[in-house]
Write a new protein. Structure first.
Length: 237
């Protein structure tokens, strides 16, 4: 419905502030038939919000969350006041920067982040070595990496990797992913004993970061939205 995030919705529902067809519903997993069923929050009818699609150039040091217990700046601090609720489409960790989509269209966001969509995402990555063909091959071949926080290990790989430029001690790579695992590039390169100095996402499918200034936000154009939909195999709109 584009009213709030899934976690926020769970809090509202468990607090008894949401009614379904006039009766309090405390189970966030309760099925709803749209649009036949009537949902109210604090006694106010809930209407589907107009779809909003935003493009952000996320700066380094900003966290991709609605609030932060450590008081750090979040991506929501960069949004203009008065906007409807939007949520990030996937994440960029605090140290990463670049292209980030935000929307209140949760179904569209889920299609983009679904691993089965295989929507290419390109990153420009500065590393602390002069990359050679062997390293590029190992990045695309992949590596078995231990899981984080007790999770099972997994095989991490990139779809493509190429050298953009290099200096005497470091180089810039373009790495393309077609899956979205947590901190995938950083964990893969760390396993290959390569340190990431900067990581910038420059494209999601056909959408490119372009010349959008760091920290700036703009609305996705209808043409860009249609291009992403076509890349997802969905009907435009």
């Amino acid at each position: 419905m584009g009213y709030c995030s899934r976690s926020q919705a769970s809090v509202l529902i468990r607090a008894g502030r949401v009614t379904l067809n006039g009766r309090i519903a405390r189970d966030p997993e309760s099925p709803v038939r749209m649009p036949q069923d009537r949902i109210e929050v604090d006694g106010q009818p809930l209407d589907k919000a107009s779809a909003l699609y935003l493009v952000m150039n996320k700066p380094r040091g900003v966290v991709t969350t609605a609030s932060d217990e450590k008081g750090r700046a979040t991506v929501y601090d960069l949004l203009e006041p008065g906007l409807p609720w939007v949520g990030p489409v996937g994440r960029l960790d605090k140290a990463s920067e670049g292209l980030l989509l935000l929307t209140n269209d949760s179904e569209w966001a889920a299609r983009i982040t679904d691993p089965s969509s295989h929507l290419d995402k390109k990153y420009h990555v500065q590393v602390d070595c002069v990359a050679n063909e062997d390293l590029l091959a190992r990045i695309t071949r992949g590596y078995a990496v231990a899981g984080e926080r007790g999770s099972p290990g997994e095989h991490l790989r990139a779809k493509h990797a190429r050298l953009l430029r290099h200096g005497d001690k470091n180089s810039w790579l373009e790495i393309t992913l077609d899956e979205g695992k947590n901190r995938q590039i950083r964990r893969l390169l760390e396993a290959l004993e390569v340190r990431v100095l900067r990581l910038v996402r420059v494209s999601i499918g056909p959408l490119e970061l372009g010349d959008l200034k760091k920290g700036s936000v703009r609305r996705l154009t209808p043409e860009e939205k249609d291009a992403i939909d076509r890349a997802l195999g969905a009907m435009p709109g």
